[in-house]
Every structure is written in C-alpha cells, then in structure tokens.
Design a protein around this ligand. Structure first.
Ligand SMILES: Cc1ncc(COP(=O)(O)O)c(C=O)c1O
Length: 411
C-alpha cells in the first residue's frame, strides 16, 4: 500500500489551529464547520417557531439523519433508530429483549462500560453476564494495566465462539476495542453466532467513520456520533435487523406508533399499532440540532468515501509503524502492531502498550508522554495502559512524521 499524502478530508472543513495535531478522535472527533452552521440554522429556526415547517423540518430533519446514517452503513433507513448515545442504544436492546430467567449474555473481557452496564442491569431479572478473556494473559478490571497486550496469533473470535453455551442469547462486542484497539472480525462472529442461534450485538463507535462497516449477519449495531463520525456529543444511532427488531418489545413513545404525526386524527386515539421500523424505539422528538449536525458530518464523510478514509488512515498508520520499528524503545510494540496490521486486526487507532513497566511506572510514563505531547500541540490519549494514536481523513503525512519525531524523543 502506498502512502497517500493528500488527506481525503480537507482540513479547511474544520475549525483547526495549524499548530495543533488532534490525534484523539477515539475520544472525541472534531465537528466540521458545515455541521456547526447546520446547528445554527436549526436554532435560528427554533427561535422563530412560526417558521418551522411540519413536514420539512420537524419530521424532515430526523428523516434526513436516518437516511444519511443508512447511506453510511449501506443499510435501509427503516432499520435506523436515532438514539442519544451508544449506551442508550444498547440499553434499548437490553431492556426490550424477551429474556427468561437463566439466560446469559457473553461479553469479551474488559469492554468499554457502555457495553457492560446495560447487561449487568439485568441481574435482577435472572440474566447472567459472562466475560470471556480474549487471549492468555489478558487482564481486565482493577489490574488492567498489568496484562499483556494481544498479538496477531491470538484467536479472539475463536475464544468468543467457543464460550457460547446453550443459555447464551446475546454476544455483545465492540467492533474496535477502546483500549487495545483490536478490530474484531464481525463476519466470522456473525457466522458463528448464526450457527449457534445467538444474536450478535455490536458497539461500533470506535470503528465508524474510519472503517467500512459490514452489517451482514449482525442483529444490532449501536454507535454514538461523537468520535470518528465527527458529530457532537449526545447523538447516535442504533441499527437493528428487521428479524431481531421484531423480537424486541417496543421501547419507544408517542412518535413510535402509526400515524402519530397526523394531528387530524385525535392523538388520544390509542387504537394504534407500534411502528415496525426503527422509530419503534425512539423517545419522542429527536434532538433536531444534533440530527442536523450528524447529517452534515456524515455527508462530509460520504463525499470523501469511508473506504478512501480507511485506506488513508491505514497508510498513515503504516508510515508511523515503519518509523517506530527503527526506534529501539518502540521496536517491540511496532513489530507487534505491524503483525496485527497485516492480519487486519487493527482499528481506527494505534495502541502502543506501556510495556514491561509495572502499573504505577507505566501510568507515570504515559501521563508524562501525554503532557509533553500537549506542550508541543500534539493531542494524544491513553486508556488502561495503551497510548492511543488516532489518525483520520484530515491528517497529513506531516502529522505522522511529527508524531514519529515526538516519539523518537520520548523517554
Ligand atoms: C467502545 C466505546 N463505546 C462507547 C463509548 C461512548 O459511549 P456513549 O456513546 O454511550 O457515551 C466509547 C467512548 O466514549 C467507547 O470507546
């Protein structure tokens, strides 16, 4: 793969300061200027409510958001539910699934908590939660810093599929994991789940926008908008397969039933069916400001093409890994990540592990590194012992080189 030097997203589409390298979309993506303008337009409209048009604005703005999400996901807009967050999307499923006492949910060990608490909350209904270590030596929880990082040889999907038992109803995974950055093979998990009659539910937030999503065989895909999708905090979506959605109890409200927006029919006529599409789970009127922003952010991504962005990100990742492999302190990590990269196991950020330091020393090392980087205008993040370096479509080769030079000096 050649290194692409032309960013597929024009940096001028953002409110960037030229001295800053924002390598933290795995924490929060920058909202493009077009999305800012779209929010302002809706707010100006809402300041003069007599200008709000029922079809075009009140219903049209959320409809455009559903449609654009569907385009991004190569999905049907009827399968999209607008949600506030990843967590609220997963909570819809957890609360709406037809559980029986003794049912089980399986999770990889050490998921981001958005994919833990909604399932744990079912304990009172007799549903158990089982976490499966993805590789020998993986450590989660309070001791997470002391585990070893994954390698290309670790068969994480095999472990998950082997762990599914007769009581397992749902396997819930992150597409790309928030700390170690592993990108799970969703088609393989989907095929294994289908064979075993288990529903596969995915937290997609760390992959969306920088990787091309494949929904085939999935039951549900939950995603907040504020990372790789470049939308503001507090707005996201849930995709559900029609068959899975039918199994879930309606969890929506007044706009989730047939003819709800037709005020010529008395609203208190409760003789109605629940909608069968994704609006079945929506909680009243979606946030119009956030819908408008999400739509614009996704349009920007779609114009560039997510697969083009994904190739660009990979090219920058490989460029940096090549440089790190000639730096003795980073060589081991670079080799581990190059092997993961070649196996297609790396997601939207490079996760450099703190190494053989003990937890305290590792934490101090990463804290110092983040602070020194920030001094130079390079914004990085760390989670559970991994330094996260997140490229996106607007980054240029010069930023990969700048980061390489910074890491060369890091002790
Ligand atoms: C894997 C993962 N899921 C979910 C979230 C965020 O969840 P929510 O959209 O519910 O705030 C994050 C990070 O904030 C994450 O890394």
């Amino acid at each position: 793969m050649g290194t692409s030097t032309v960013p597929p997203l024009n940096p001028e589409a953002f409110d960037f300061d030229a001295s800053i390298s924002w390598l933290m979309h795995c924490t929060e993506g920058p909202v493009p200027l077009a999305s800012l303008r779209a929010v302002k337009d809706v707010l100006v409209l809402e300041a003069q409510p007599w200008r709000v048009r029922w079809q075009e604005d009140f219903q049209g703005i959320p409809a455009a958001a559903r449609k654009t999400v569907a385009q991004l996901m190569s999905a049907d807009a009827a399968d999209i539910t607008l949600t506030a967050t990843t967590s609220s999307a997963l909570t819809v499923i957890a609360q709406a699934y037809p559980w029986s006492v003794g049912d089980e949910v399986v999770l990889p060990l050490a998921e981001f908590p958005s994919n833990y608490w909604p399932w744990q909350a079912l304990a009172g209904r007799g549903v158990t939660l089982r976490q499966v270590p993805l590789w020998d030596g993986q450590v989660g929880g309070a001791q997470a810093w002391s585990g070893r990082p994954p390698t290309a040889e670790d068969d994480v999907e095999g472990r998950l599929l082997d762990a599914l038992g007769p009581s397992t109803r749902i396997l819930a995974v992150s597409w790309v994991r928030f700390q170690d950055g592993l990108c799970l093979d969703l088609p393989r998990l989907a095929a294994g789940c289908r064979q075993r009659g288990v529903e596969l539910v995915v937290d997609g937030i760390q992959g969306c926008g920088t990787l091309v999503a494949q929904l085939d065989g999935l039951s549900a895909f939950a995603c907040g908008g504020h990372k790789g999708l470049l939308a503001p905090q507090g707005h996201g979506f849930l995709w559900t397969s029609p068959a899975f959605r039918q199994r879930l109890a309606p969890a929506g409200s007044w706009l989730s039933v047939e003819g709800a927006a037709d005020f010529r029919r008395p609203s208190t006529d409760f003789e109605r069916q629940w909608n069968v599409d994704g609006s079945r789970f929506e909680q009243g009127v979606p946030n119009l400001l956030a819908c408008a922003a999400l739509t614009e952010s996704l349009r920007l991504l779609l114009q560039a093409g997510v697969s083009t962005i994904a190739d660009h990100v990979k090219a920058l990742q490989m460029h940096l890994l090549d440089a790190l492999s000639s730096m003795p302190p980073w060589r081991g990590e670079a080799e581990r990540l190059i092997a993961l990269f070649a196996a297609g196991r790396l997601g939207s950020f490079l996760p450099l592990h703190h190494g053989h330091r003990d937890a305290l020393a590792g934490q101090a090392f990463l804290d110092a590194l983040l602070a020194a980087a920030k001094e130079e205008g390079v914004y990085l993040s760390a989670r559970e012992g991994y330094l996260r370096l997140a490229f996106h479509g607007w980054h240029g080769l010069w930023e990969a080189e700048r980061l390489g030079e910074f890491l060369r000096r890091a002790k």
